[in-house]
Design a protein around this ligand. Structure first.
Ligand code: URA
Length: 204
């Protein structure tokens, strides 16, 4: 299931992210803004539990988060979404998955994987660009093998090809994206997209 951000601020931020004249410092700030919107959407249904607290005036009931959160960026571009999500959810644990394309098999191959315990958690898998879906499918495979069962995929921009791939292999994983774009080009870049996210983030 795909959910795209439905907010004027998301349209505004995405337009500036797409603009090729946007410089890395602004690009990073805009990436933070859209990551906040994605993270809020991906945690909208997170469990809470009742607590009792004292305001300066009286005792009252409130609710606090009751589901451990794990944030898993796919290296390298996913790192751009981490800091701000950790600001929002300071108790989050962080795992990392590094994937590269194996030219022999044309599949994403894991070269780095460090994950905290995943049982009983909500996993936010973050990768700004959902292009072919190869890395996303592979990362979800690994997360499920390690015990993750409640997974949300967060992307700044998604292509229909990537959405189809994830929905086919992992229909239980909702995708939350800033926008659903038109298609991939023959070099597997998203159109209209915003170019290479990692390059634009790090000015490489
Ligand atoms: N990765 C990117 O950074 N950009 C794309 O368009 C596709 C994959």
């Amino acid at each position: 299931m795909l959910k795209t951000l439905d907010h004027p601020l998301a349209l505004h931020v995405l337009t500036h992210l797409r603009d090729k004249t946007t410089k890395p410092a602004t690009f990073r700030r805009l990436c933070h803004h859209v990551s906040v919107m994605l993270a809020l959407e991906a945690t909208r249904d997170l469990a809470t539990r009742e607590v009792s607290i004292e305001t300066p005036l009286e005792t009252c009931k409130g609710r606090v988060l009751d589901r451990p959160l794990v944030l898993v960026p796919i290296l390298r571009a996913g790192l751009g979404m981490v800091e701000i999500i950790v600001d929002l959810f300071p108790d989050v644990s962080i795992g990392y998955i590094g994937l590269e394309r194996d030219h022999a098999t044309a599949r994403a191959r894991s070269y780095y994987c460090k994950l905290p315990p995943l049982e009983g958690t909500r996993v936010l898998l973050v990768d700004p660009m959902l292009a072919t879906g190869g890395s996303a499918v592979q990362a979800i495979d690994v997360i499920k093998q390690r015990g993750g069962s409640e997974i949300r995929m967060l992307n700044v921009v998604a292509a229909p090809e990537g959405v189809r791939a994830v929905e086919e292999k992992h229909p239980d994983v909702p995708i939350i994206a800033g926008a659903l774009d038109r298609a991939l080009n023959d070099r597997k870049y998203i159109l209209p997209g915003l170019g290479d996210f990692g390059d634009r983030l790090y000015g490489t």
